[in-house]
Design a protein around this ligand. Structure first.
Ligand code: BTN
Length: 260
């Protein structure tokens, strides 16, 4: 497929939302949509403002990693929110659920969620979420939910990620319109975010979609490494890891690898 162009007008017309993506800002190239979102917050933008970029020159992932995505192939965007403090820990799970649902709606591919922030297809990562927030005391000044979806990237042709990452095109064998995924995803995000704010138990569907539970895992966060059984998750999305000494550890961030 020739490169599918995105623009503010096209995105606006495709959206079926009340406040997520209203307004939407689009950058052909930006350092990172997280930084552009932070600037937009300083300008006083409303909740739900979305910043989409075709290409990021300094995209970032979790735990200080770089996020590289070639222009014209994938989705990279950030959603600006002003949530209550109690809702902040759930934003990653809200985003993962919206991503999983929207991919299934548009492509009929089966997705799963790997704790804490990956959406996978067939055990390979297709999407990741990064949440950055600015909090003073018990007030959340802003929370920025960054989302990347591998839509048409040929991950199979990149040896370093061929085994661990996939894309919708790779799975389906045909290119997938980025606009359709973006519109469905922002629509699902709005639904799940509203439900979460109303106190509905959105974490239950998220938990059902998790592949991590019941597995022997190693969790790494910086220099800290924990091994145990991923026994459960709590309502805020923390992982409850049963350690070999039988203690239960609550883990809020890290990278999980299965022990086989
Ligand atoms: C991860 O899996 O580590 C999370 C990746 C998040 C990448 C997205 S792309 C849009 C937004 N802008 C960034 O610089 N990062 C996030």
């Amino acid at each position: 497929m020739s490169e599918e162009l995105l623009s503010v007008e096209l995105i606006r017309e495709a959206l079926n939302t009340k406040f997520i993506g209203r307004p939407v800002l689009y950058y052909p190239t930006v350092s990172s949509t997280m930084d552009a979102a932070k600037m937009a917050v300083l300008d006083g933008v409303t909740e739900g403002t979305v910043i989409v970029a075709d290409h990021q020159t300094a995209g970032r992932g979790r735990l200080g990693r770089e996020w590289v995505s070639p222009p014209g192939s994938n989705l990279t965007f950030s959603i600006i929110l002003y949530p209550k403090l109690e809702h902040l820990p759930r934003l990653t799970l809200v985003a993962c659920l919206a991503i999983a649902r929207s991919i299934e709606e548009v492509t009929f591919l089966e997705t799963s969620i790997k704790w804490p922030n990956d959406v996978q297809i067939g055990g390979r990562k297709v999407s990741g979420v990064l949440v950055e927030s600015d909090v003073t005391g018990d007030k959340v000044n802003s929370a920025i939910v960054g989302i990347a979806v591998n839509v048409n990237l040929d991950t199979g042709a990149i040896p370093e990620i061929a085994d661990i990452a996939t894309s919708l095109e790779r799975e389906l064998g045909v290119p997938v319109p980025r606009l359709a995924i973006l519109a469905a995803l922002l629509g699902e995000f709005e639904k799940v975010y509203k439900d979460m704010r109303k106190g509905e138990p959105v974490q239950l569907e998220w938990k059902q979609r998790l592949t991590t539970l019941g597995q022997k895992v190693t969790v790494r966060c910086g220099d800290v490494v924990r091994k145990g059984v991923a026994e459960d998750v709590d309502d805020d999305g923390n992982l409850l890891l049963r350690l070999p000494n039988k203690k239960l550890e609550v883990i809020s961030a890290g990278d999980v690898t299965l022990k086989g």
